[in-house]
Write a protein that binds this ligand. Structure first.
Ligand code: NAD
Length: 346
């Protein structure tokens, strides 16, 4: 573990196995410097135990950075469950997961991530106090996606202001990849601001719905990179900014809610060389974890969430400004500030 390429000074890494329910889970805690670790639980059909551990380590480090940039009193952690989210779920499995979370006595708070539904989380919450993003309960905050989408929209305005000298989106064409929970709401905000939209998804009904609502033009998943656009907003998959796609983008801005947009860390510099201003993903998409943090505090307040979102936008602006004026691309500026905030600057 200590030699693992993604270990990055994790405080602890736990492996859980429950014979009766079939649970195989890893909970990785990267840092508790700023508070208890918080990050969602992902259920995925990994190809190997090593792939599972690698995913947990990378995601939990990412949560450290995201929580730090959002100014939250939370550290970074993440849980992963090995299994097929369509065929291997049971309430017993998630109750066993809840017991695993409870055994860490509050060092890690869980929530939903890819593969988990509110019902799964509710089953886990029968066994642990340390689950958030719930639909029912005293401080339940429900689906964080609308707050994530609001942050992404506001982040697009911040980035446009710097790239074009104006945040008037009625003059802009924006290509949106993914119209799921986050992307659909981003489209609604953008359409209201008068932007011309191209949208893509692999879910045809979702595409038709958002096109009817916003007047967006539908294009195929493969063609989204080639549209004439001022702004590219990825809200679906990771690793979509790579050597193949950068050359196809006519955009001057990349700003969207998807996690892990850059295929490799050097894509930040490549975007910069291509004259594209990149809003780092874990900064612009921090709205959702802010909403979850309000629930963790035990006293959900929308005013508190809005205040934190304002501060996050100021932080994003600082990252963009430093990227425009200094030597580092924006993704590395964000990494530097996040490391400073968690006391891990080299
Ligand atoms: P979602 O599953 O609701 O939406 C994702 C959408 O992407 C779906 O409509 C899916 O059909 C589409 N998609 C899948 N493959 C595609 C492809 N090849 N081309 C185009 N579209 C494709 O998920 P979401 O909650 O909206 O999250 C979207 C992204 O934002 C993810 O990367 C997620 O990790 C990130 N994120 C979400 C939140 C949140 O609050 N939900 C917070 C932070 C980050």
């Amino acid at each position: 573990m200590f030699d693992h390429s993604s270990f990055d000074g994790h405080e602890d890494v736990h492996i859980f196995h429950d014979e009766a329910s079939g649970l195989k889970a890893v909970i990785a805690i990267h840092s508790t410097a700023l508070g208890p670790a918080a990050g969602g639980c992902r259920m995925w059909n990994y190809t190997s135990g090593d792939a599972m551990v690698t995913d947990a380590l990378r995601l939990s480090q990412g949560m450290s950075y995201k929580n730090a940039m959002a100014g939250l009193p939370l550290g970074g952690g993440k849980a992963v469950i090995w299994g097929n989210a369509h065929t291997d779920k049971s309430p017993e499995l998630f109750r066993a997961f809840g017991r695993a979370v409870e055994s860490l006595q509050g060092r890690y708070w869980t929530a939903e991530d890819v593969g988990l539904s509110p019902e799964d989380l509710a089953a886990a919450a029968e066994e642990t106090k340390y689950a958030a993003g719930l639909e029912n309960g005293v401080a339940a905050s429900g689906d964080p996606s609308p707050v994530t989408a609001l942050g992404v929209y506001r982040g697009i305005l911040e980035t446009a202001k710097r790239a074009f000298g104006s945040d008037d989106l009625s003059m802009r064409t924006i290509a949106v990849q993914g119209v799921g929970h986050v992307g659909s709401d981003v489209c609604r905000h953008l359409a209201k601001a008068g932007a011309k939209l191209f949208v893509t998804d692999v879910n045809e009904p979702a595409l038709r719905q958002i096109s009817e609502e916003t007047g967006a033009t539908i294009v195929s998943p493969n063609d989204i990179y080639d549209q004439p656009m001022d702004i590219f907003s990825p809200n679906a998959l990771g690793a979509i900014i790579n050597d193949e796609t950068i050359g196809r983008l006519s955009a001057k801005v990349v700003a969207g809610g998807a996690n892990n947009q850059l295929a490799t860390i050097d894509m930040g510099e490549k975007l910069r060389q291509a004259g594209i201003l990149y809003a780092p993903d874990y900064v612009i998409n921090g709205g959702g974890i802010i909403n979850v943090a309000a629930e963790i505090s035990g006293n959900y307040s929308r005013d508190w969430v809005d205040g934190k979102l304002d501060t996050l936008m100021t932080t994003l602006g600082d990252v963009l400004d430093e990227g425009l004026s200094g030597d580092l691309p924006t993704n590395l500026v964000a990494d530097k500030i996040a490391k400073q905030r968690i006391g891990r600057i080299a």
